[in-house]
Design a protein around this ligand. Structure first.
Ligand SMILES: [Zn+2]
Length: 226
């Protein structure tokens, strides 16, 4: 069962479309996998819609006949055009997309099927593919860890979102299942490791800081993960 969810604040921002593209994508993948957050998001969206429509109606009631008459013909035609177009209501199925990483097959989350990603770059047991989102300092990736792999203990100056898509991994806090949404910032440090291997979606806002060993030797891993 999924135990780790995005915060209420993140969900609310997601529903009012005020999140950056990378975070919005992470929440959208989680919501697709998590019935609990799906129900919460529906509730927030319904209440957003209610607020929006009640303010629009208030504004309309205050519109005088004169103002309505002053709308010229092309503006009126424009409204007709929008309401006459049924194609915007069409729902189409997205074909599932599979990817292969080191002989393992994975099905991509629905939200990722129409966004391109780079080839996987491998360093030891870690492999990373960059998701093509132009989102400033925020970098989104698919991160694959082979069975028995681990990421050396590290912290962040910014934050790191890890969304487990397939397989399992654990850290000092316990074991994670697919759908778990883990938010880490500078106040956390962790050493994720996987027994059987896993595929994650990650959003990282800055380079990693390794706490032990020679960070110079770990730089290739840090560069791979950011
Ligand atoms: Zn959830």
């Amino acid at each position: 069962m999924i135990k780790h969810h995005p915060s209420e604040t993140l969900l609310t921002q997601y529903c009012s479309a005020s999140l950056s593209a990378s975070l919005s994508l992470a929440i959208s993948i989680h919501v697709d996998m998590c019935p609990v957050c799906q129900a919460k998001a529906e509730k927030i969206e319904a209440s957003n819609a209610e607020t929006l429509f009640s303010t629009k109606l208030d504004a309309l009631e205050q519109t005088t006949n004169e103002e309505l008459e002053s709308l010229n013909e092309s503006e009126l035609n424009f409204f007709d055009m929008i309401t006459a177009d049924d194609s915007i209501d069409e729902v189409y199925e997205v074909e599932p997309v599979s990817i292969k990483v080191n002989e393992h097959n994975y099905q991509l989350p629905r939200a990722l099927t129409r966004i391109s990603h780079s080839k996987f770059t491998q360093v030891g047991k870690l492999a990373r593919s960059r998701v093509a989102l132009d989102d400033g300092a925020l970098r989104s990736s698919l991160l694959h860890i082979d069975a028995g792999g681990e990421i050396p203990e590290h912290t962040h100056t910014g934050f790191e979102v890890t969304l487990l898509l397939d397989g399992e991994f654990s850290d000092e806090e316990g074991k994670y299942v697919p759908g778990d949404f883990i938010w880490q910032d500078g106040s956390h440090q962790h050493t994720p490791l996987t027994k059987d291997g896993c595929l994650c979606f990650t959003v990282v806002s800055s380079a990693l800081h390794f706490n032990k060993g020679f960070s110079k030797l770990l730089n290739p891993i840090g560069n791979l993960i950011y």
